[in-house]
Ligand binder design. Sequence first.
Ligand code: 3HC
Length: 697
Amino acid sequence: MTVELKQQDNVAILWINNPPVNALSHQVRMGLKLGLDFATGAGARAIVIAGQGGTFIAGADIKEFGKPPKEPMLGELIDLIEACSLPVVAAIEGNTLGGGLEVALGCHYRITSASARMGLPEVSLGILPGAGGTQRLPRLIDAAEALTIVTSGTPINAEKAMAIGLVDEIAEGDCLDAAVALANKIADQPFEDKRLSSRTLSRSADTDKLFAEAEAAIIKRARGAIAPVKAAECVKAAFELPYLEGIAKERATFMELVISDQSKALRHIFFAERAAAKPPSDVSGKPHEVNSVGIIGGGTMGGGIAMTFAEAGIPVTIIEMSEEASKRGIAVMEKNWQRSAARGRISKDDVANRMALVSGSTSYDDLKDTDLIIEAVFETMAIKKEVFAKIDAVAKPDAVLASNTSYLDINEIAASTSRPRDVLGMHYFSPANIMRLLEIVRAKETGDDTLLTALAIAKRTRKNAVVAGVCHGFIGNRMLTPYARQAGLLLLEGASPEQIDNALTKFGFAMGVFSVGDLAGLDIGYKSRRDRKLEPHEVKVSLIADRLVEAGHLGQKSGSGYYSYNKETRAKSENPEATKVINEVREELQITPRNIEDKEIIERTQYSLINEGAHILGEHIAQRASDIDVVYIHGYGYPRWRGGPMHYGDNVGLKSVAAAVTRFAEGDGALFWKPAPLLLELAENEMSFADYDRQNR
Ligand code: 3HC
């Protein structure tokens, strides 16, 4: 039974049981409708709607989107709840999201457990609350708060919900018991005014100002995503239209959004994230318990990784070469947390609690009882092997030994230890405490239990894990090389850094490739190019970057790179010196600059990602195309609403992509483009990457 009916003290309880998150599937909607009918006819004085398993309702069932709708529709059901002749209390626990919160808004009273999370995350799926949420919420709480909840998609906690009047009470003790007690208390009281749809809203100078001011900010934050903008329009409509007309607008907008490419892309990535976090099908066994973590190296990367663990409540020891370095690393962490506290994101107690979990040491002996040890030292094989030899000497049997290398061969690192089955890669992205991506690199001999431990710890520390095989740069960085090369070639051929970056940000990227280079420091790529022998075509494509570094333009840290940066505001503008360097290099290489359209910039940069992704997939470095999408969205600022590079390729059509890649690879293009056999094969068979994933499930 997806909805059980219980009777307690003349109160009927409709108890939803649809694990894991009590999504509002057709069965649940039916169950609630039948339960409502039964309860009203069975002499109950009031009704409580509650969820089993510690969750009220996490929303509509996303798996039903795109399928023929089945009655009762959620909006109708909520109308029935609101119109019920008995007072209905929502017992809010755990995740109360989307349609779940809309059900609660249809109830006449809301009581919550202290640990519940409430929100309308629909915009993160490219839709908006489609069961009355945009119209009922502003009839209950302040307009600005309602607008934020609907357009940001970010859930709030019980304390905040109480403060803004979203709930009537925070339960002390068991939420269901408290809901029944409340139901008994209010059973005989009038509750006409608790039906939110009957409340009238009207425009005022204040609301006009609120919506006018919020619009630009919402558009900017959305970076090309349409749902938040449409959602704001619907909330505004609540102040301009009678309830039923507002609902009609919400419904029409929902229907338009749910079939949009953006919503399909966002739903794709929702399921892609969850698929990526699951153990590969050939893996069995159990993860080890992780109660302590050691990090070798307390620099930017090591410090960020250490913060991730302390933030998840896991004690972490940082090993540094000297006490000063260790103190310095920990001081940076403390400063970062204090900054978050000053901005109100965490409390002062949080800072103290996290700091209490961090310790520094210069002795590897302090890691002898540690469950997971992550190396985050300089990116050189010899140094990594030296560090792993020291870890190997002290670590307890079964400790998981991970390297945070971004490019190096984990098989070689593992083979240098006496326990290759305990070794894998855990590749974090900088700043590691902020970026959600974690590439877990499975080496040839990595044990199943080792891999499962890394996956489990990723979940516990709220990272989006993706399992990758061993190759130079794994999934993300390997794809970055051809992408950055295309940008470099476009620059040589006539586009400016601004034009290329603008085309990419217009496409939806958080930052363009040259702005990213300036942020990271152009000297980093310069050094790595000096460390290996480059082919002549590689030299050509990095000539501008090399000349900039040699002239002291290292990027933001030196005040100029591809762009000039204002010292105070950090605002960027054209760097005339860079323009001079670009022109000189073009002349030297006898390139006559041509006019390049944004369309070409997007095709060449995006198809280079897709083509390399197809190589990676064909070589089984990635398990699924959708894993690659997760990597690019969480590690490289790829627009989430485009669903990732592989999903974008499916949208363009692999036939077109393959034809363009084949054309790019003609003549000299062969130096930079090698069409991926898998891409050609899928295109030939009129298949998509999604088809490939389905076949290989
Ligand atoms: N519909 C269908 N399946 C859902 C779901 C939903 N709304 N929410 C979660 N699931 C599934 C997941 O796909 C996953 O399935 P799997 O085990 O087969 O991979 C399983 O439930 C567990 O989910 P998580 O791994 O995400 O579990 P967590 O405990 O980490 O997170 C959660 C729980 C916070 C509820 C998270 O799942 C989540 O954010 N869910 C989506 C919530 C949401 O967006 N709700 C709005 C839906 S749209 C809507 O309501 C429209 C309405 O306005 C008309």
